[in-house]
Design a protein. Sequence first.
Length: 255
Amino acid sequence: MKKGALVILVAALITAAGASADTLHLRSGQNVEGNFLGASTSQVKFLGPDGKPKTYSMMDVEGITFAVPSAPTSPNRPPAAASAKPTKTTVLAGTPIAVRMVDSLDTGKTQTGALFTATLDSNLEANGIVVARKGATVHGKVMKSSNARRLTGKSELQLELTNIVINGAAQPISTSGFQQKGKSEGAQTAKKALGGAGLGAAIGAIAGDAGKGAAIGATAGLGMALVKKGEPIRVPSETLLEFSLKQATTLPVSK
């Protein structure tokens, strides 16, 4: 064997060294099982099955087969846990909260300070997370309820939401108050609801600051309602109201 060929063989042997259960192939036809220990341009050092190292002339070596090392077995690891769902999130000021009334309100009967119950008409979401699900219980308070005297004055109704029930616990919230006033005799006070809430027809007009309050939607079959001087303002059960969050509020996330 030429010297150049020997150098190439030695380089190949050294590159593949380090595996176990190798086989040394001799030109005589003999195969020796063991471990390759090293090589030079003139000889190969091999650890035989007897556990003793032995040196073979490169001229006697046909080649070496190296055992393919098995991939290291990593210990069983539990699958990576998904990103933990946050337990709380902040709902920004101005977020709309659409609710459907459970109780009925009537300025002829309902007193200022009375509490009322409603349910969320759609999921309350923030940062792509469902904070409270549709149907969650919502509580509110009648901030003002005044009924017009017969033929004089006008009725007025102001509402605010006070808390929302999430995971069985009432969480306080502060919303812009819904405010509705009756107008003088002969003035039409029914307006169609504006905005993207799709709340249908509005009962009465939203008085005062137009940026506050809630659009109040008509239920099926209710149609347009007129509030005239001397008449009470009525909010039947199942009426759809929309409030907006007055200030950013941190709330727990619905489970």
